[in-house]
Design a protein around this ligand. Structure first.
Ligand code: NAD
Length: 343
């Protein structure tokens, strides 16, 4: 049996806690993985003097795949976001965040099953900010045809591969006519010129789109969004299905992939042993499916299926962490999953 070497970045705050719980469950499920641990974020700053050490990037370039915990980014001052740097340096242009209703988590809506696809490399995240004069600053929103076309192509291909029916682009092209205008024009053109017309397509101005989302999220299937809108809407959509503790994510490029939860380092609960490890574990299941798809190793898909079945059963049995209304800590929840995998 092949063992896949995966770079593990525990991250900051709750990162090491949820990473430890996740790797325990993966091992119990028989996932054929070997961890190569590297650091990023405050953890790396303290031990190696920089937030994104070259050796961490090289390790991902060597092994191709990483599982990453959240990294803290100072607000308002300090270093550029590790996450933004990582996505840009490795050209991880597609962020994929599935949002699904889960058993045993009562929420306002049932049957939510949508996927947020976020352009991950440009927009307002280009980090080009200038002081024009005292008291006047600017932040540049950058859009390129290249990035807008490739994310559109990726989204339609994803929809086709997963049997999804519709792609909705949310935008503000009525105001940002050049940047968002290019984003929707590229989506339209890719759909028409590259044979994706079997997939339904709609363009929605994002403010009206947010209203429609909170009225009934089940009317959406795949959401295609530029960088900032994708960031904001990922958290908004998390609220439909139980919160940030249950939203996994993947950052995918042509050469490398980094799997990580949507949530951050949650400094308010770090070190208390109460964080929900499910979002990182679900990201690991996405990673196992990705390995199965790209390296043709069905044992990874089987391990992912065992984990999914275990967490669905645990949640149905009321075994939950506090963010979901339960009373289990991080490790106790991981143990509840392991019992179900073994039993
Ligand atoms: P956050 O996602 O860390 O926390 C928001 C709220 O959700 C908090 O109340 C937190 O306790 C709760 N929460 C988050 N994850 C949880 C989990 N697994 N289980 C239970 N509760 C959970 O967002 P924030 O507070 O805005 O950001 C904190 C730090 O994380 C910031 O430095 C930010 O830059 C960083 N961040 C990193 C990433 C990443 O590494 N990918 C993503 C988002 C934010």
């Amino acid at each position: 049996m092949t063992t896949h070497q995966i770079v593990l970045i525990p991250g900051d705050g709750i990162g090491p806690e949820v990473a430890a719980a996740t790797t325990r469950v993966l091992e119990a499920a028989g996932a054929p993985l070997q961890w190569i641990e590297h650091h990023a974020g405050i953890a790396a700053l303290q031990s190696l003097g920089e937030v994104l050490p070259e050796q961490t990037l090289d390790a991902i370039r060597d092994r191709g795949i990483a599982l990453k915990g959240p990294c803290t980014t100072p607000v308002g001052t300090g270093f550029t976001s590790v996450n933004v740097q990582l996505r840009k340096r490795l050209d991880l242009y597609a962020a994929v965040r599935p949002v699904r209703s889960l058993p045993g988590i009562p929420t306002r809506f049932q049957g939510v099953d949508l996927v947020v696809i976020r352009e991950n490399t440009e927009g307002l995240y280009s980090g080009i900010e200038n002081v024009v004069t005292q008291g006047v600053v600017t932040s540049l929103k950058v859009a390129t045809e290249h990035a807008s076309q490739r994310i559109a192509h990726w989204a339609f291909q994803y929809a086709r591969d997963r049997g999804r029916k519709k792609v909705t682009v949310m935008h503000k092209a009525n105001i940002m006519k050049l940047t968002d205008g290019m984003f929707i024009r590229c989506a339209r053109t890719i759909r028409e010129q590259q044979g994706f017309t079997d997939i339904d397509y709609e363009e929605v101005i994002i403010d009206a789109g947010c209203m429609r989302l909170v009225q009934d999220p089940t009317q959406f299937d795949v959401l295609l969004l530029e960088n900032l809108y994708g960031d904001v809407l990922s958290d908004l959509c998390a609220g439909f299905v139980g919160g940030l503790g249950v939203i996994p994510g993947a950052n995918i490029g042509d050469d490398y992939s980094v799997f990580e939860a949507v949530h951050g380092s949650a400094p308010d609960i770090a070190g208390k042993g109460i964080a929900n490890p499910l979002a990182l574990l679900m990201s690991a299941v996405m990673m196992l499916n990705h390995i199965a798809d790209t390296r043709h190793d069905e044992s990874c898909r089987a391990a992912g299926a065992r984990i999914r079945e275990a967490y669905n059963r645990a949640l149905s049995d009321g075994q939950k962490t506090r963010d979901l209304g339960g009373d289990l800590g991080t490790e106790a929840f991981a143990s509840a999953l392991i019992e179900r995998i073994r039993g």
